[in-house]
Design a protein around this ligand. Structure first.
Ligand code: FAD
Ligand code: FES
Length: 250
């Protein structure tokens, strides 16, 4: 059940270029959160932006704290990234539907900031294998505090890990032994992941990103076309069965 609370930032660190990871004291949000769910969050300091709450995936929910990874792309994310330890934020969550419980092994495919919800998945389901791609080393999030049963990294320019994109890593992994896939990243990557999974005949669940205003299903601003008609990413997702998405259609 989502709650609307004020939480205190208890930890903040730079984990990659323009990317911070913060922990926020919010036991009411943390207790029910599951991988794939998100929060709508804003600074508590009044600003002139009426829609300042922005959606961010929950990266961790333990010991009464939630963790978020915030990549600065505009004004709202910059304000959040400028928060100091001890600063306060207003949080609405946990929101949306998360990933289903995997029945056995699962491959997590993360493109860019899509790593955020999949780190939570890798903690909740420790047998999950993580494949993670970024454009170059400076964008790769510091994951030195995480433990993975299997981890592969790729960068487009080859400055870290294998020189390729994460979809190529995934195709190779699926060719070795097929497993269901949970993915998060930019839409073209997710479409390519969905195709690779269809070819390998494995289930695929994707977490979609859309611009959001309300975050709770009221404004229809985040609608995506699926084989069952328009669905709201905030309320019916953000996690969808990839076979249901009408890729490239709005
Ligand atoms: C369910 C969900 C989970 C998300 N999880 C994370 C996360 O864990 N970490 C993270 O860094 N970001 C995440 N995002 C994206 C994040 O919400 C946006 O980057 C943020 O709202 C941008 O706000 P802004 O004011 O800084 O940028 P704006 O000034 O609003 O926009 C700057 C640029 O970012 C693009 N943009 C803005 N919002 C979105 C969006 N929702 N999806 C795609 N592009 C957008 C705009 O088109 C524009 O090009 C998530 C989005 C969704 C829907
Ligand atoms: S953001 Fe309002 S319905 Fe999804």
């Amino acid at each position: 059940m989502p709650v609307d609370v004020v939480g205190k930032v208890t930890e903040k660190r730079l984990v990659a270029r323009d990317t911070i990871r913060i922990a926020i004291d919010a036991p009411e949000v943390a207790k029910d959160a599951r991988p794939g769910q998100f929060v709508m969050i804003c600074n508590t300091v009044p600003t002139f932006d009426p829609f300042l709450r922005r959606p961010f995936a929950i990266t961790g929910a333990e010991w009464g704290r939630i963790e978020l990874i915030i990549r600065v792309v505009g004004w709202g994310s910059a304000l959040l990234a400028n928060l100091s330890e001890g600063g306060e934020v207003r949080i609405l969550g946990p929101l949306g539907n998360g990933f289903p419980d995997p029945k056995g092994g699962v491959i997590l495919a993360a493109g860019g900031i899509g790593i955020a919800p999949l780190l939570f998945a890798s903690r909740r389901w420790p047998s999950a294998e993580l494949l993670y791609g970024e454009p170059s080393l400076d964008w790769v999030c510091d994951l030195s505090r995480e433990k993975f049963c299997h981890f592969e990294l790729s960068t487009d320019d080859g400055s870290a890990g294998e020189k390729c994109n994460v979809v190529k890593l995934l195709r190779k992994r699926l060719a070795a032994s097929p497993l269901p896939v949970f993915a998060c990243g930019p839409e073209p990557m997710l479409e390519a992941v969905a195709k690779a999974c269809k070819r390998a005949k494995v289930d695929c669940f994707v977490s979609l990103e859309e611009h959001m205003a309300c975050g709770v299903g009221a404004c229809q601003g985040c609608a995506v076309l699926t084989k069952d008609g328009y669905k709201r990413v905030c309320k019916d997702g953000p996690v969808f069965d990839a076979r249901k998405i009408e890729w490239g259609k709005r």
